[in-house]
Design a protein around this ligand. Structure first.
Ligand code: ADP
Ligand code: ASP
Ligand code: MG
Length: 412
């Protein structure tokens, strides 16, 4: 019998009525002839509330205790979900991450999945039960509870789908699928029928919070068909899949804005071999994740180097760069905390010209100044003033006609 993993996000299980409706959906899927594994998030804004509780008692809580606490949100949902299923006549059993041996690294609050024991779930499914699994959590080798980072239930679901050999992993959420932009910021954004793993990886890394980035990485690596859809309707959503030739025809699949960014510039670093390596080794040692590096030689003797970090990594990034400033003979470190990154993403950029020009013209017409520009094969990003981020996104979405499905846009 095919296995389907259905992941319900926080808003889709926010109260008893929503859990009951989610349970009815699961039972419909069972009746259609599948074994179903449910992965659920904490209800509503419960994770935020637990974080607030922790910070009230300790502004700098031990990360192990943080994970011990945060994991309880998901544990509550899955037991309630199993009870709702039983009340509707469907046998069910809930498990925490630890109970299904979701073994992770020990990086509390951002642990990475290492292995899963699918055996316990298979045995329950084979007895006709629906299995509900707490998302976002695992255990390390020392049996400490870990969590996978905000939004991490998506990753639990896709990793489980891979481990179980599931036919599909449904990500059931509060939007109709992946859109060309966040519908909360650009309400006219069009829904995509499908998107490639690579495009979704870029979008997720650039702020499209609809999917946890590591979930997409697992999907790509283990060939999991991911279907992002609305938990409240039966409408088809968006399939995240391997690239197919017609995707090349779509120049821009989506646009994003990432507001919680800061930019560090190291001015006048000695232009000698090994300096970039030193800086980034130091940043890696401080566990800082670095985005969008730009280095430019400004004279035979000197170079400027800048990069972006998410604001939560800024303090560590500042400390790390200050520590090696003298060693690099760096003249100054310049920090901007008020930047946002606006990006367009599409595999079609590989084969179409004029994309950069269109983006820069749109920003110029909107009177948005571009601080810096970075590109990859399938994306263009502009750092802009944080206050102008929404205006910039709007301008870019209009220029690329992201309110229309790809087939209705003007050809370039
Ligand atoms: P869940 O609780 O179900 O995991 P999330 O809040 O994590 O839900 O993700 C869904 C939200 O992602 C949507 O409400 C939407 O505002 C946001 N989002 C950001 N970018 C996009 C996009 N490109 N397409 C669809 N939704 C997006
Ligand atoms: N409950 C966690 C969070 O709010 C994980 C998730 O929802 O995916 O980030
Ligand atoms: Mg989410």
């Amino acid at each position: 019998m095919p296995i389907i993993v259905q992941k319900f996000g926080g808003t889709s299980v926010a109260d008893a009525e929503k859990i009951r409706r989610a349970a009815e959906r699961v039972i419909r899927t069972v009746k259609q002839g599948s074994q179903v594994v449910v992965v659920a998030s904490a209800r509503g804004k419960q994770t935020d509330a637990l974080i607030a509780d922790a910070l009230e008692l300790n502004p700098n809580p031990p990360m192990r205790e943080m994970d011990q606490l945060l994991s309880t949100g998901e544990q509550q949902t899955v037991s309630l979900f199993a009870m709702a299923l039983e009340a509707l006549g469907q046998e069910a059993i809930s498990f925490t991450g630890g109970q299904i041996r979701m073994v992770t690294s020990s990086d509390f609050t951002k642990a990475r999945i290492r292995s899963i024991d699918a055996g316990r779930i298979h045995r329950q499914l084979d007895q006709g039960r629906v299995v509900t699994v707490a998302g976002f959590q695992g255990v390390d080798e020392g049996e400490n509870i870990t969590t996978l980072g905000r939004g991490g239930s998506d990753t639990s679901a896709v990793a489980l789908a891979a481990a179980l050999g599931a036919e599909e992993c449904e990500i059931l959420t509060d939007v109709d699928g992946i859109h060309t932009a966040d519908p909360r910021l650009f309400p006219d954004a069009a829904k995509l029928k499908q998107i490639s793993y690579d495009e979704m990886l870029e979008l997720a890394s650039l702020g499209a919070s609809v999917m946890h980035i590591r979930a997409v990485g697992f999907g790509k690596k283990y060939d999991v068909k991911i279907h992002v859809r609305n938990s409240a309707t039966d409408m088809e959503g968006t399939i995240i899949t391997h690239e197919v030739p017609q995707m090349e025809g779509v120049v821009v699949a989506g646009a994003t804005v990432q507001k919680d960014m800061a930019k560090l510039s190291l001015i006048g670093v000695d232009n000698v071999p090994g300096n970039a390596a030193k800086i980034f080794a130091h940043l890696a040692g401080a566990k800082v994740i670095v985005h969008d590096i730009i280095q430019t030689e400004v004279s035979p003797q000197k170079a400027n180097l800048s990069f972006m970090v998410v604001i939560s990594d800024l303090a560590a990034a500042k400390e790390a760069t200050e520590q090696i400033k003298a060693e690099l003979n760096c003249q100054d470190i310049f920090v901007r905390e008020d930047v946002a990154l606006v990006s367009v993403v599409g595999v079609g950029m590989r084969t179409h010209y004029g994309v950069a020009e269109k983006m820069f013209t749109a920003l110029a017409k909107a009177q948005v100044n571009i601080d810096s520009i970075t590109t990859s094969e399938i994306r263009i990003s502009c750092a802009v003033d944080e206050d102008e981020a929404e205006k910039a996104l709007q301008a870019v979405c209009v220029a690329f006609e992201l309110d229309k499905p790809a087939e209705l846009r003007a050809k370039v």
